[in-house]
Ligand binder design. Structure first.
Ligand code: FMN
Length: 203
């Protein structure tokens, strides 16, 4: 059974929903999953300027905060962040930047890795955020597992081959098509992580 870490940052809940749904998919594929949030860095004044942000923080109080050890534990992982000016959020980057010691000692090598994101606009930078996250995976020596066009449901969700992405729906729930893609991405990373973990010593 693969061990999968799903590590995300979310201010207003959409990226968290993708993370949760990907976790469901990974569990459905038989994986043991750690769902973890990146620690909040924004000051209270910023958070309180957006009621949806404060509400989401309260709603996810019980989600454990990610530590680098979660990646060491995992055979594969997904990192997820909202798009911030075409890049991942600083909160997730702060988590990534705590992984220097594990990078240095090679502990992130050969693990299956993927990314997910969302943005306010249909062309607001989803791809650039995913590619930025995947830059990190090259440095770590991880094995990038893109979703590509490996299932028709990905096209129905918007057809982003770099990783699952959504366009912010505000108060409305994310479309079922996007959630189906998130579940698929969770299943896919779990299956690849399992194969890699069982065979890596033969490579
Ligand atoms: C500081 C900031 C920068 C953002 N930058 C972008 C952007 O470059 N393109 C875009 O389409 N949306 C942008 N957005 C919108 C968010 O990406 C979008 O609302 C996201 O879905 C929120 O995810 P969450 O609910 O998980 O926090 C930005 C939002 C904030 C607060």
């Amino acid at each position: 059974m693969a061990k999968i870490a799903i590590i995300y940052y979310s201010s207003t809940g959409h990226t968290h929903k993708i993370a949760e749904t990907a976790a469901e998919g990974a569990r459905a594929a038989g994986a043991e999953v750690r769902l973890r949030k990146a620690a909040e860095l924004a000051p209270d004044a910023a958070i309180d300027s957006n009621p949806a942000w404060r509400t989401h923080i309260e709603a996810t109080r019980d989600v454990p905060e990610a530590t680098p050890e979660d990646l060491e534990w995992a055979d594969g992982f997904l990192l997820g962040s909202p798009t911030r000016f075409g890049l991942p959020a600083a909160q997730l980057k702060q988590f990534v930047d705590q992984c220097g010691g594990m990078w240095f000692t090679g502990k992130l090598q050969n693990k299956a890795a993927g990314a997910f994101t969302g943005a306010g606009n249909p062309h607001g930078g989803q791809e650039s955020t995913l590619l930025a996250l995947q830059n990190v995976f090259y440095h770590w020596g991880s094995v990038i597992v893109p979703v590509g066009y490996t299932d028709p449901l990905l096209g129905e969700a918007g057809g982003n081959p770099y990783g699952v992405s959504y366009t912010d729906t505000g108060q409305e729930p994310l479309p079922d098509t996007v959630l189906a893609a998130a579940k698929y991405q969770g299943q896919r990373i779990a299956r690849f992580a399992d194969v890699l973990a069982r065979n890596i010593d033969d490579l």
